[in-house]
Design a protein around this ligand. Structure first.
Ligand SMILES: C[S@@+](CC[C@H](N)C(=O)[O-])C[C@H]1O[C@@H](n2cnc3c(N)ncnc32)[C@H](O)[C@@H]1O
Length: 225
């Protein structure tokens, strides 16, 4: 049975995975980064610990750490259960099994939860929802979005995608989006149209191969400059 989500779920990846997904070089890590839809990922926590500068936005950040933890608990069984039924859609190398995946994700999300209160106070976790961002034009060097845009093609409209990506391009000098596949490994039909529509708006978008492939065929990001 294919994956089916009625809404975008909170699920968190690690800094190492962000580095592979977005092909981040040591120089890229030094940039002022905005993560859109970072949710309970540990990217912000791990980067901050190393002295880098990341701001994350997500509507999830309206809740307390305890409420987010509850939401993760509710989501966990659903995501892991659906992954058991869809194991053939993944490459089980770096992550060796569904159990290892569950442990890895929980480890990242626990790191996020331990950092959330402090990070929110420091302005590193900001409650906001694409397609609206309250930042200045080009306030960030690099805008990233992982496992939100294109991934939820089935429940988020094309118009939402164009407005969200245009807004990310307004506040960041460069934008990277990963993956280009939806939850069932289908290349999002939005990608080509987004590239064309951004071109009309004076933005150059290109597809680039990255060293991360967990969903089979999911080793490409969209880079917009
Ligand atoms: C599947 S999680 C991915 C989290 C993280 N980027 C990662 O890859 O580990 C998707 C996140 O998108 C967030 N989200 C949903 N709608 C959003 C919107 N309109 N703007 C920003 N984030 C949104 C959800 O709250 C959730 O935390």
């Amino acid at each position: 049975m294919p994956y089916k989500y009625d809404e975008v779920v909170p699920w968190g990846r690690s800094m190492e995975e962000y580095i592979w997904m977005f092909n981040l070089t040591p120089e890229n890590l030094k940039l002022k980064i905005l993560g859109c839809g970072d949710g309970p990922a540990s990217f912000n926590y791990e980067m901050t610990k190393l002295g880098y500068q990341v701001t994350s936005i997500d509507p999830l950040y309206q809740f307390t750490a305890k409420q987010i933890q509850e939401r993760i608990k509710e989501t966990y069984d659903n995501v892991i259960g659906q992954t058991y039924q869809n194991q053939e859609k993944f490459i089980w190398e770096r992550i060796s099994s569904v159990e290892a995946l569950g442990e890895l994700r929980m480890s990242s999300m626990k790191k996020f939860l331990s950092d959330f209160k402090k990070g929110k106070k420091e302005g590193r976790y900001i409650e906001a929802k694409l397609p609206h961002l309250s930042f200045q034009d080009e306030e960030f060097d690099l805008g990233l979005s992982s496992h939100l845009l294109f991934f939820y093609t089935d429940i988020l409209t094309y118009d939402f995608h164009l407005r969200a990506i245009s807004e990310m391009c307004r506040v960041a000098k460069e934008v990277r989006i990963f993956p280009l596949l939806n939850v069932n490994n289908v290349f999002s039909p939005y990608v080509g149209k987004i590239i064309d529509d951004l071109y009309q708006l004076g933005k150059k978008a290109k597809i680039e191969k990255v060293p991360y492939e967990f969903q089979k065929g999911g080793n490409q990001m969209l880079k917009i400059q």
